[in-house]
Design a protein around this ligand. Structure first.
Ligand code: ADP
Ligand code: MG
Length: 350
């Protein structure tokens, strides 16, 4: 559909963020495979390079190692963020609007999708100078909490877990393997998970950083920082309306997904293959659930992976979802960028 039909009456928003070229990409002087059109559209693999590539202030002739026919595909999303965009800008036009939805008692989920190195963790967690959208969203949640405090009592609890190799692990309480349970009142539960009561957003940043450092990582041939775990940060909000003691619950899930690059490209064998296969399982299952929701099918295969079982009560129905597709602008990552944009385009059709 067109971008305008996407937002109308639909609960999924798909945005694309293109990170700035890194030093390696600049030095090797690769082609840019994304041209920004406006704040909602881009051209993937444009026929003509119009902007010269600057290196140390000098315009360069870009090297095109691929030399194949350009795809030159125009793509539209709910929002496209270019190199200059900050985490605050991404937050302002993505997750900020979810707070009202949560206040109304609906669950929300936010995904950062993309290959390793594409900018998922920068977007979600960021750094102390440029806090990511998880922190900024929590800050906004506290603003709303204060505003509503005359009429509502709030209880906020957070958890931070990872799904690694189809196992659920607690990033705030290392060592334990957790199970999932479905509860008629609370939805999907994780018995035994470490729950933090949060009084201010400041408490949160170090918690997020600590947890993020504990994510299971394996150096691989392709990328030493490659991450095969899905990090899931969840906020459980319980609101008691003072006038009538009505209790309203909502859950926000923010997920830094495992790298979407293909396992085969990183050249691992044996035990690692299963690891890769399982990551693909959760990403694949997420894609299949989103496709089923997009097609309006009654059966959504939530049970196909741990990640989709965990998010069963936060996808579809009245839930609001934001998919942030992170990509590199450089032709070095041509296939990853192309695949991520295709995934994002499919999700957009819900
Ligand atoms: P991923 O989590 O997808 O593997 P990262 O978020 O770790 O990728 O990003 C890879 C590198 O690029 C990091 O050094 C990060 O700081 C940097 N980076 C990513 N996105 C941006 C951005 N929008 N602006 C500046 N630097 C970025
Ligand atoms: Mg990361």
């Amino acid at each position: 559909g067109t971008p305008s039909s996407v937002s109308a009456g639909c609960n999924i928003k798909v945005v694309v963020r293109v990170r700035p070229p890194n030093a390696k990409e600049q030095e090797s002087n690769q082609r840019h495979i994304i041209r920004f059109m406006d704040d909602k559209s881009l051209i993937f693999d444009p026929k003509e390079d119009e902007v010269p590539f600057f290196y140390h202030g000098v315009p360069q002739k870009t090297r095109d190692l691929l030399k194949k026919e350009k795809k030159d595909i125009a793509l539209a999303y709910d929002r496209v963020f270019d190199f200059a965009s900050t985490n605050v800008e991404v937050f302002d036009s993505s997750t900020k609007s979810l707070i009202q939805v949560l206040m109304d008692g609906c669950n929300c989920s936010v995904f950062a999708y993309g290959a390793t190195g594409a900018g998922k963790t920068f977007t979600m967690i960021g750094n102390p100078e440029s806090p990511g959208i998880t922190y900024l969203t929590m800050e906004e949640l506290f603003i709303h909490k204060e505003k509503l405090s005359v009429e509502r009592e709030f209880e906020l609890m957070v958890t931070y877990i990872e799904v690694y190799n189809e196992l659920v692990k607690d990033l705030l309480n290392p060592g334990s393997i957790l199970n999932l349970r479905e509860d008629s009142k609370y939805g999907v539960m994780i018995p035994g998970v470490k729950v933090h009561k949060i009084k201010s957003p400041e408490e949160l940043f170090s918690l997020l950083e600590q947890g993020n450092k504990r994510r299971t990582q394996h150096p691989t041939d392709a990328n030493a920082e490659s991450s095969r775990s899905h990090a899931v940060f969840q906020v459980y909000i319980q609101m008691t309306i003072k006038a009538n003691r009505e209790i309203r619950r909502a859950k926000l899930s923010m997920i830094d997904l495992a790298g979407s690059e293909r396992g085969s490209a990183t050249g691992f064998v044996g035990a690692r293959f299963k690891e890769g296969a399982n990551i693909n399982k959760s990403l694949l299952a997420l894609g299949n659930c989103i496709n089923s929701l997009a097609d309006g099918l009654r059966h959504v295969p939530y049970r196909d992976s741990k990640l989709t079982r965990l998010l069963k009560d936060s996808l579809g129905g009245n839930c609001h979802t934001i998919m942030i597709a992170n990509v590199s602008p450089s032709s070095i990552h041509y296939d990853d960028t192309y695949n991520t944009l295709k995934y994002a385009t499919r999700a957009k059709n819900i």
